[in-house]
Write a protein that binds this ligand. Structure first.
Ligand code: FAD
Length: 412
């Protein structure tokens, strides 16, 4: 009998976990609230240990086939003039734009396609109640059904409601007062192969990035003291954005115009998740649901991939799930804490309030592009993506995985 594990969430952490659970002889079921894999999002980068996990999954060639081929990042002014440029190979290929950038939706799809035949996927449903009986977990689903699993892992993102069923008393969200909207718009002749970053006064940023699908990924980021925007419905959020970005200049009118028609509008209040512990009994958390570091860290995808790898690896090699959860947390905590060291100042420096502040920012960016200054700039732009020694976990059948009670293993 192999351990049965229910995973909630099918974005990055969930399917990656399903893959490694299977490799270690367990039986994963993934439940995702959305009716199908969600396609949206900007580019995410694969670097450091996150990239190593993708390599160990044998997915690096497929990931390479899907890179966005962005040539770098340019700071532009209201007239579209380039104020500073960071080529993709600047800072050793590990700066603002890395060598292995792909769309979040493409990475999620890659992971889903790679696991869909080895894991049971249930779309359009979600967990509504969890009871840890000591022998297993009784799970109730929105569709009215109930099932029992040996273990449950929540991989359902920063705003996870299922996490609140188990960890509400020890979960703390750190907010940056920063909101972001992501969406896809038609490509225009001005878009090219470079990402373009535009600052408007009033702490407003517009970022346009080319993708590999003939369209452009737009991001609107702004600092606001107003709480709760992420809870508004989509038309209300878009109405707010139209008002807030009115008069921002550059290509903003085109972006706002297309936003209303965007098929994949996604709005979030940028935050981090601080959870005192990542498991209780037979229920654990992974990825953003456990330790979201925010897009400001550039580490969300790496943490999700590495967390999934370590958690499944420890479950594979430890007889007792308590020991496995403990080892997972011991290994991952320092890596997560480093990634979460994002200064409250970071979004304020990147989105100045005044024109003078914007001039200062672009002047600093220009200095950072100079030879020699690159190493200093890298200290600020390069997150500690390698700061973990990834154990090698033998797959099931090679002395690694155990069954439900630590018994015989099933080859993955
Ligand atoms: C649509 C989308 C777009 C994104 N765009 C960007 C981006 O542009 N830039 C960036 O840095 N990060 C983005 N992210 C976040 C990024 O994917 C994560 O920071 C990181 O990759 C870690 O992934 P995760 O799998 O832990 O969490 P997430 O990627 O947040 O995935 C959580 C998954 O759980 C599902 N879910 C939520 N609640 C439930 C529930 N109750 N039951 C079952 N399933 C549930 C969600 O639909 C989602 O598929 C985006 C996430 C999503 C879902």
């Amino acid at each position: 009998m192999s351990r049965t594990v229910l995973v909630s969430g099918a974005s990055i952490a969930g399917p990656a976990l399903a893959y490694w659970l299977r490799r270690h002889g367990m039986t994963p079921t993934v439940v995702e609230r959305a009716p199908e894999p969600r396609p949206g999002g900007q580019t995410v980068d694969l670097r450091g240990a996150g990239r190593t996990v993708i390599e160990r999954m044998g997915l690096e060639p497929a990931a390479r086939d899907r890179v966005t081929h962005e040539e770098g990042l340019r700071f532009v002014d209201a007239r579209g003039r380039v104020r500073a440029s960071f080529a993709a190979d600047a800072l050793g290929g590990d700066g603002f734009v890395t060598e292995l950038e792909l769309l979040r939706g493409e990475l999620a799809d890659l992971l889903y396609q790679h696991t869909r035949h080895d894991a049971e996927y249930v779309f359009g449903d979600e967990i509504t109640a969890l009871t840890d009986t000591g022998e297993g977990v009784d799970v109730r689903f929105r569709n009215g059904s109930s099932r029992n699993f040996d273990l449950v892992v929540l991989a359902d993102g920063l705003r996870s409601r299922t996490r609140d069923l188990v960890f509400a008393d020890i979960a703390r969200t750190r907010s940056f007062g920063l909101c972001t909207a992501y969406f896809t718009i038609p490509r225009s002749t001005s878009d090219g192969r470079w990402a373009r970053w535009y600052n408007a006064p009033g702490r407003r940023v517009v970022l346009l990035r080319p993708d590999n699908q003939g369209t452009t990924r737009a991001t609107l980021s702004f600092l606001t003291p107003r709480p709760g925007l992420e809870r508004l419905n989509r038309p209300a959020q878009q109405e707010f954005l139209c008002r807030h970005y009115s008069g921002a200049g550059w290509e903003t009118p085109r972006v706002l115009d297309e936003m209303v028609r965007a098929p994949d509008f996604y709005f979030e209040s940028v935050g981090q998740m601080r959870l005192e512990r990542w498991s209780r009994g037979r229920i654990a958390v992974v990825g953003d649901a456990a330790y979201c570091a925010s897009p400001l860290s550039g580490m969300g995808t790496s943490l999700a991939l590495v967390g999934a790898y370590v958690l499944a690896g420890e479950l594979g090699r430890q007889h007792d799930h308590d020991d496995a959860f403990h080892a997972y947390e011991t290994l991952m905590r320092p890596y997560v804490e480093q990634a979460q060291k994002v200064s409250w100042l970071a979004p304020r420096l990147a989105a100045p309030k005044t024109r003078a502040g914007i001039r200062l920012l672009t002047a600093a960016a220009r200095v950072a592009t100079r030879p020699g200054a690159g190493r200093i700039a890298a200290r600020f732009t390069n997150p500690p993506s390698d700061a973990i020694d990834l154990p090698a976990y033998p797959p099931a059948g090679q002395g690694g995985a155990r069954g439900a009670c630590g018994g015989s293993s099933t080859p993955g």
